[in-house]
Design a protein around this ligand. Structure first.
Ligand code: GRF
Length: 210
């Protein structure tokens, strides 16, 4: 049984999708804990209701990133993680932290990386006149929203789209893609070779709306 620790900052809908898929599909893994940097994160209640350990490491209580990351790592390591999953975790992590979990930490970013790292990705895709948008699951490296890409989900940008409509279309695909990518990791079905990640079972690493 592999231990997964999920980090959230808010709503936690990707975490929810993962908790449900892990149980329904009987992964060789358990969600050992959900950790938030915000005490009010809505996702904490869902996790607690499902019998999952929760913890809060409030970034406001720490004077700098190093001390916050040190405490976060201490809490995470208490759950002996095989994999750390960032699911809407809105903090920039120090190089020491990303190194500690190198090769065993995934993130989902709501753009087709390497386009649009950072914030406001959907509005930026609309403003740039993109015809497609999406999300990317990637291994976390020291560089923000960067690292070997495990899977990408692609959706059309439709005439009349605004940030809300586009983000909803992308989010629906995130909920399909992220649990699948995490399952591949815990089943040992990913091979990383530099920037390239191969799914060893030959499953598609591109998700499109059904
Ligand atoms: C998602 O769009 C994810 O791609 C981004 O933050 C959002 C988190 O949503 N990193 P949720 O908290 O999982 O509902």
């Amino acid at each position: 049984m592999k231990n997964i620790v999920i980090l959230i900052s808010g709503r936690g809908s990707n975490m929810e999708a993962m908790v449900k898929a892990c149980a329904a599909e009987q992964w060789p893994a358990r969600i050992a804990a959900v950790v938030s940097n915000r005490p009010q994160a809505a996702g904490l209640a869902f996790a607690a209701q499902h019998g999952i350990a929760t913890a809060v490491v409030d970034h406001k209580a720490y004077p700098d990133r190093d001390s916050f990351d040190a405490e976060l790592a201490r809490v995470i390591d208490g759950f002996a993680p095989d994999l750390v999953v960032l699911a809407g975790f809105m903090r920039i992590l120090t190089p020491g932290f990303t190194q500690r979990y190198g090769g065993r930490m995934l993130n989902i970013h709501p753009s087709l990386l390497p386009a649009f790292p950072g914030l406001h990705t959907h509005q930026r895709a609309i403003d740039a006149g993109c015809h497609v948008a999406g999300a990317t699951v990637h291994f976390v490296t020291a560089e923000l929203d960067h690292g070997p890409m495990v899977a990408q989900a692609v959706v059309p940008v439709l005439p009349g789209d605004d940030e809300a409509s586009l983000s909803a279309r992308v989010l629906a695909q995130e909920h399909r893609m992220y649990p699948r990518a995490v399952r591949w990791f815990v089943e040992g079905r990913l091979r990383v070779d530099g920037a390239r990640v191969q799914q060893l079972g030959g499953e598609a690493q591109v998700f499109t709306a059904p």
